[in-house]
Ligand binder design. Sequence first.
Ligand code: SF4
Length: 353
Amino acid sequence: FKIGGRMTRKVKIGNIYVGGGQSVKVQSMCTVKTSRVDEVCEQIAALEDAGCEIIRVSVLDEEDAAAITAVKSRINIPLVADIHFSAKLAVAAIEAGCDKVRINPGNIGGEDKVKLVADCIRAHGIPVRVGANTGSIERQYLEKYGVSERSLVESALHSVAMLEKYGINNIVISVKASSVPLTVRSYRLLSRRTGYPLHIGVTEAGTYRAALVKSSVALGALLLDGIGDTMRVSITGDPVREIGAARDILRAVGLEKDFADVISCPTCGRCQWDSSGLAEEVSALVQNCRKPLKIAVMGCVVNGPGEAAEADIGIAGSKDYCVIFKKGKLLRRVPAAEARTEFLKEIKDLTDG
Ligand code: SF4
């Protein structure tokens, strides 16, 4: 298979593009009420620093809609307004300058209201995300197909058709479930049915550890299939953690390459030095490195250098000495007591140079 092989329509959101072969964009959502502008901007700044590329805020009332103008003037990434049940608020958010809206045409208040919002979206030239999750499947599809990939996809495509009818074609689609198999099946089916870019994610994924595992499995499977143009790792709690998790998933599937990958063995009875401690230290040291590097910390000189032969720099130890190697070739042998300092110096040269 070919990673990223699926070509979708290119959609512009603020100053970036999604779909059409662009890199997969990482997004998150603010947990603060949008009208609390200072707190929202503070949270967005932290998310931006962590590598967030698109941010969504919820619009619950007029104050939230009005706050969009102020928030937008203070952030650098595209701002998406999430509105449900109110065409009036959707229009207010668009007029306040959001870069994209997330709506559900099925709950916006009928055909006239869909047209009103669609006209406003078109007039402002912004894109829109629609979609379904297991809690918002249209009744007609729920009755026909139950909670399944079929009902999720039909429901999402029904929302798409409701907007296409009014000339909207800058659309991003999502079909989220909290079940990993259902999420994967739904996006695979959806990707065969549409050329619009897809926003992928597992909904209500849970607290940190569960969310990490569910999102890694589901988004990993989809990204390896070339499915997904924007992604969110939903984690209950501080959204900044979502960004690190999303970046790690992109790295694991090979879609993000500019980082230092620390390879370390699990150690076994052959290990006679503190390779685990050094592996942790090295990982912390290079976590902000944006160079494509492979660094190995291996437990023993017997198997370490061979197993980590592709590393740009590596170390493997024994009771009395360690070997430092580059691309599988021995660089030098150092006494155990000096190994840590010597190796960290080599890494600093590589990452700084
Ligand atoms: Fe064990 Fe050596 Fe393999 Fe590490 S590299 S797991 S210490 S055999």
